[in-house]
Write a protein that binds this ligand. Sequence first.
Ligand code: URP
Ligand code: ZN
Ligand code: ZN
Length: 472
Amino acid sequence: MTRLLISEGTVVGATGRSAADVLIDGETIAAVLAPGQAEALGITADRTIDAAGKYVVPGGVDVHTHMELPFGGTNASDTFETGTIAAAWGGVTTIVDFAVQRAGENVMDGLADWHAKAEGNCAIDYGFHQIIGGVDDESLKAMTYLVDNEGITSFKLFMAYPGVFYADDGQILRAMQNAGESGAVMMMHAENGIAIDVLVAQALARGETDPRYHSLTRPAELEGEATNRAIQLAKVAGNVPLYIVHMSASEALEEVAEARHRGQNVFAETCPQYLYLSLEDHLAQPGFEGAKWVCSTPLRSKHEHHHRDLWKGLRMNELAVVSTDHCPFCMKDQKELGRGDFSKIPNGIGSVEHRMELLYQGVVNREITLERWVETCATTPARMFGLYPKKGVIAPGADADILVWDPHGHTSIGLDAKHHMNMDHSAWQGFEVDGKVDTVLSRGTVVVENDTFTGRAGHGQFVKRDLSTYLL
Ligand code: URP
Ligand code: ZN
Ligand code: ZN
């Protein structure tokens, strides 16, 4: 077995940092040693990675991606191969993607389909949540089976997208009751889709077809309302663990914060786009340019303090996780489907490569601490979704999934700079951030170093997840 030593770096975890060397034996971390201890103990390694002046952190865990998702009449443009390679370029060593079941379809077929897409194609490890787009007796039974047998311990429901993935309140309650029995986490897309569809139809009837109307017809109040309703339903179902995905609005954050203060098992994630991008500066760009930033929940107005509140929510642990909701579509032939009708623009932004970089800028800007960066981007997602302590921590016995981060480096993001996602544009074009991905290891294998991808598609393995270890 190959022995690797990452020497002289600063090891950073969710609870602190220290000067330490990390010894890796094969695929796992064998020891975290005080400086000089390896030499004193006569420990030798086949290879030493010099991390002097750098941070050594757990590889990123992105628990919200959509590789190859069929959506809006097309498919998300990253395959499991291209998307996981881009993830590795960004210091991410595990993704959790969403297998899909729609109304009338069989859950096991949907899962098998997702395994077929991913198996043998991933550059880093991966797990699945299961989307339940049709709640009925059969899919409820399948949910229990997935928890007990398939390592799938979380399910996403949609209060949005009527006619596509939408679940009504009765269906949501039944699925939550089921999750309560099996110990699964319910993930919720919390937007009032019925009311949104009325606003969309009215806007189109007025001739309001530009991309910016995507946000104006999905007001923050309807995210707040749906978040509150999901919280109440989870309470009625017996304080079932509820995880609100891709939160963009202060109104929704307030609901989560209040529920958490009441002691409810409610958690939430946000994504880089909701921390940095806005209706005015991005979605409302002239002509059809704004289509690049059509995603749901939508980008919000920069004048309404959502950015400020979400950063505060991250500091206060009202927001536990930062994921990406990576759902890339090219402009050509994909976003273009919605020219002249914003409601036909496929929803999604590609970010899987840039989350660690963009959130590190939050450390530089003093929005969050270095430790909170690690916690929200690696440790908590691993704990929330049953991957810990295999993933999300640098400790003996954990998988050697490691990001060596250079705080003195610099990253220019964009098509002409750093960009490895399978997209013809970047939602992050022109972003300049401090720090840089230096070296990335996935289960002991170096997959990125010297600005080169050295891994391979097929190295990544499916991870069966346990139940969450993050519940109140
Ligand atoms: O715009 C988004 N978020 N697209 C992906 C589907 C979803 O709702 O997560
Ligand atoms: Zn969603
Ligand atoms: Zn999503």
